[in-house]
Ligand binder design. Structure first.
Ligand code: OOG
Ligand code: NI
Length: 449
């Protein structure tokens, strides 16, 4: 089959993201309310700030904003994770980053499947935060065996998804009709089912060990547990959420509000209590699925990230000063000015030439001062482990397992996945370097600043 009849992975991802959003809107109506609110606030934000609007247009953010979402799923076994990796690869999504959540008492470790390059990200930056259960963190041996047994028996992908994966590998792609079928059949994996796959007794035992364990083990598949739109003003949305009937989480995770937004800020609304039926016919409820919003800011270099982590750690130390105040005070130590962030190499930038040719004999700083080169912040496309733990916990309660949390197990995760995860810092550094090269400069020029 000639490859020209195939649709691009970007196109398949866009169709999948749209389909998942439509499904979640039906399943969780308040997600629809949240989408409307975010759209309104985004519109007001750009209307009030023409400079922001110009910038969002120039780096294609504005166009992608309306469709930009991330979702989250929780898998039970290495086999499920490996198949997910293959399924997401068809959509141009690849595992980036390793997140160890066990430090926060959550028995999973995670990665994010996402598009990698600029073109794919501007087409549709859909990402899925994907967690894998660490059964070794279920303390009770008998219960662990039960969980493993239940998980081994289930098959989360439809036969059509598997056939189409094979077809994709054989032909090197999918036609438009095959892609549509792949999207609709793969969506089934992430659908909510009110029929649990265990008895009431098993559910309650697993739930007592950890609510997350029950959520992962007791259902036919890894239902999408939230889908998150991106806002340009998270504080405004957070404030308006109660008015629209959503119970917002008490605090926004991540850095404080800034002139130059850093990394990622997130908040969520409380999970729904949904009715379920156990295999023995008993009725019950399950609380897992919720809504979340995010505001994305500039990607930090390893140096900037180390400073962020240090400051956040300070803020997390208990004190009588209110959290918001501690956060704002601690982050005074972080420059809040694009020039400074760039000069101190705390953040990543994309460089662009505004003249047809590079004026000779000038330093990068001169070129920027003269306006011949502009430096635009690179957006952070990933997640933050401390924030993720906060999001997990806000929907699980503060419950921690009695099991002593073991050290991170990146090697085991990558073995399950079947490939190493990519290092996000390498990706941002490569974007910055490529932009410099296009301008006709090299990384050395940056270092000479
Ligand atoms: C994932 C929580 C993490 C985020 O945005 O940091 C996350 C989950 O609850 O499964 O989605
Ligand atoms: Ni999330």
């Amino acid at each position: 089959m000639p490859p020209c009849s195939h649709v691009s992975p970007d196109e398949i991802r866009s169709r999948f993201a749209n389909a998942m959003s439509a499904m979640y809107r039906q399943e969780v109506p308040s997600y629809g309310t949240l989408l409307d609110l975010v759209k309104e606030v985004n519109q007001q934000t750009v209307d009030a700030d023409p400079v922001l609007k110009m910038r969002l247009n120039s780096d294609h953010t504005y166009a992608r904003l309306d469709v930009e979402r991330h979702g989250a799923i929780r898998l039970g076994t290495p086999r499920e994770l490996e198949t997910c990796r293959k399924v997401f690869a068809v959509m141009g999504m690849f595992p980036v980053g390793y997140y160890d959540l066990s430090v926060a008492g959550i028995p999973v470790h995670s990665t994010a499947f996402r598009p990698l390059d600029d073109a794919a990200l501007s087409r549709n930056p859909f990402r899925i935060f994907t967690s894998l259960l660490r059964p070794e963190l279920i303390a009770d041996e008998g219960l662990r065996q039960t969980a493993m047994h239940v998980l081994q028996k289930r098959e989360i992908f439809t036969p059509e998804t598997k056939n189409l994966l094979e077809l994709h590998d054989r032909n090197g792609g999918l036609t438009s009709a095959e892609a549509d079928r792949f999207v609709s059949k793969t969506l089934e994996t992430f659908r909510w089912h009110r029929e649990a796959s265990v008895s009431a007794n098993t559910y309650h035992r697993l739930h007592a060990a950890h609510r997350l364990v029950a959520d992962i083990v007791c259902f036919k598949g890894p239902h999408v547990n939230h889908l998150t739109p991106r806002t340009l003003d998270i504080d405004a949305v957070q404030e308006l959420m109660p008015e629209r009937g959503m119970q917002a989480k008490a605090r926004v995770e991540g850095p404080p509000r800034r002139l130059v937004p850093l990394l990622l800020r997130q908040t969520s609304f409380a999970a729904l209590k949904e009715e379920i039926i156990f295999t023995d016919g008993e009725a019950g409820t399950h609380t897992a699925r919720f809504g979340e919003i995010e505001q994305r800011g500039i990607a930090l270099t390893p140096k900037g990230r180390a400073l962020y982590d240090t400051l956040l750690e300070q803020v997390r130390q208990e004190s009588t000063t209110p959290y918001e105040q501690r956060l704002a005070e601690a982050f005074r130590a972080f420059p809040d000015d694009e020039q400074e962030l760039r000069r101190q190499k705390l953040a990543f930038f994309r460089y662009r030439l505004t003249t047809p040719t590079l004026p000779a004999g000038r330093s990068l700083e001169d070129l920027i001062a003269e306006g011949a080169v502009i430096a635009v912040p690179i957006t952070y496309e990933d997640f933050l482990p401390v924030s993720a733990a906060g999001i997990f916990q806000s929907n699980l309660g503060e419950h921690k397992t009695a099991a002593t949390m073991q050290a991170a197990s990146r090697t085991a995760f990558e073995k399950a996945l079947g490939t190493p995860v990519q290092n996000e810092m390498v990706l941002y550094a490569a974007m910055q370097a490529a932009s410099l090269e296009q301008v006709g400069l090299t990384e050395t020029e940056l270092c000479n600043v």
